[in-house]
Write a protein that binds this ligand. Structure first.
Ligand code: GLN
Length: 451
């Protein structure tokens, strides 16, 4: 199996991987074979998977898509990686992503954009573009990914695969290179909800090394996959079907909703009135946290260091100027600004208050329904290069995914048909499922019945 995927990876032109190391992969595969032969295997022993290059991995490069960490090799494994290794999965490689997970198209990676396997002229989505493209193109049967404001769901949608962002606190952030710590959450991308359920089972779990990890019993996420959807109340938020939603996406999403009606569900008209505010709120809070998290990249402890400098300040300045890309610098500047004395109350504090109201919108909604469904993104994947000069256009495309993270809720993306590309052929559409806290097993059940 590992050899099969390695051959496909080496022949691929998608730029989905940032690190491939055949010797490491085959050694792990041999160990998995021995474990299978000994009878001490799990359901995932010998299953090849790949990790988003945000999870640190011993022996592999851990770059976060940044020049800052271009040659960085971590001395330890992220908890997620450690748990997968313990289950016996075989690491195929590290997957390309937007630099420090900042982006919606994977074009912010220092290692270059990833191509969408459905249409090589299109972006794969981001920031987990490598994870989604690799799964869609058969370069890995499953992958890890992270979602701070949509980075699992949106690339899964753009590449026609399935992804789940768990409830905040379900999956350990230890060893997951930090972007915005109060929003970051790891999860799997795979072809189906069933595969996601298996992968999530290995990924999730309490970790004392992550202070926001939630102490709950481990769960078997496959347990309810086949449960009936009879009587399921699906909330359809008015605000998700307004101006700005592309007609082809709306059509595919509405058709999917009708399939759920056939499966026994009822549609409930709901309102999430603060949806629009999720963009300004997120793009204040996430950069604020990022500016703090990224202060550790100073050229002293690890990562890139400028070659020539006069004194310590000059070393910091040159190191960070050279090591970070444009978008990362923009976020650091915005973040430092909104946290600064005199602006803190006007921006950061205000954003925190509205964040609370966004969570309250969902609390209200879940008194009327069991799950919320709508589009993952307002359009299908856009053309490579179409939005690279316009950061705000990228931010606006996150309208339907950000509020899930701001509220800490679990969300999924499942393929639900195709729309039209701007120039070329068809491009996938994703249906978003948002559940109440810790309802991952239910979301996976709903997705599985549809698939
Ligand atoms: N597109 C969003 C951003 O650029 C979300 C990224 C993510 O979820 N990591 O911040």
């Amino acid at each position: 199996l590992a050899r099969h995927f390695l051959a496909r990876m080496q022949a691929s032109d998608l730029n989905a991987y940032t690190d491939i190391n055949e010797a490491l992969t085959l050694a792990q595969a041999a160990a998995a074979d021995a474990r299978l032969a000994s009878g001490d295997a799990t359901a995932l022993t010998g299953v090849p998977i790949a990790h988003k290059d945000i999870f640190v991995t011993r022996g592999w490069r851990s770059t976060a898509g940044s020049r800052m960490l271009e040659n960085y090799i971590s001395p330890f494994d992220a908890t997620v990686v450690e748990q997968f290794n313990a289950a016996g999965t075989v690491t195929l490689g590290k997957l390309n992503c937007d630099e420090f997970a900042m982006g919606s198209s994977n074009e912010n990676s220092y290692f270059g954009a990833v191509k969408n396997p459905w249409d090589r002229g299109a972006v794969p989505g981001g920031s987990s573009g490598g994870s989604a493209a690799a799964v869609a193109a058969g370069l890995a049967p499953g992958a890890t990914a992270t979602d701070t404001g949509g980075s699992i769901r949106q690339p899964a949608a753009f590449c026609g695969v399935t992804g789940i962002k768990p409830t905040y606190g379900r999956v350990s952030r230890f060893g997951m290179i930090a972007y915005a710590s109060s929003l970051d959450q790891g999860g799997p991308i795979a072809r189906t909800a069933e595969d996601c359920a298996l992968l999530l089972g290995a990924m999730a779990g309490f970790d004392p090394r992550d202070s926001t990890s939630v102490e709950r019993e481990r769960e078997d996420y496959t347990r309810d996959l086949n449960a009936s959807l009879d009587g399921l109340r699906i909330g359809v938020p008015r605000e998700y079907f307004g101006e700005g939603l592309a007609p082809d996406v709306e059509q595919a999403v509405r058709a999917a909703l009708q399939e759920f009606v056939k499966l026994g569900a009822t549609l409930v008209d709901i309102s999430l009135p603060k949806t629009e505010l999720s963009i300004p709120v997120y793009y204040v809070i996430a950069p604020a946290e990022a500016s703090s998290n990224l202060s550790r990249f100073d050229g002293v402890r690890y990562g890139h260091r400028a070659a020539n400098y006069t004194d310590l300040s000059d070393m910091y300045r040159k190191t960070r100027s050279e090591g970070f890309g444009e978008e990362v610098k923009r976020r650091i500047l915005v973040g430092a600004y909104v946290l600064s004395h005199g602006y803190y109350d006007a921006y950061y504090l205000q954003a925190q208050k509205i964040r609370r109201l966004i969570a309250e919108d969902f609390r209200q909604a879940y008194t009327q329904c069991d799950v919320i469904m709508g589009p993952v993104a307002p359009t299908v994947a856009w053309d490579l290069g179409a939005k690279t000069d316009d950061p705000v256009a990228n931010y606006l495309a996150d309208i339907f995914t950000l509020s899930t993270n701001l509220a800490g809720l679990p969300g999924m993306s499942i393929p639900c048909g195709f729309g039209q590309g701007e120039k070329n052929g068809k491009r996938p559409v994703g249906l978003q499922l948002t559940g109440n806290y810790f309802s991952e097993a239910k979301l996976l059940n709903i997705a599985h019945r549809y698939q």
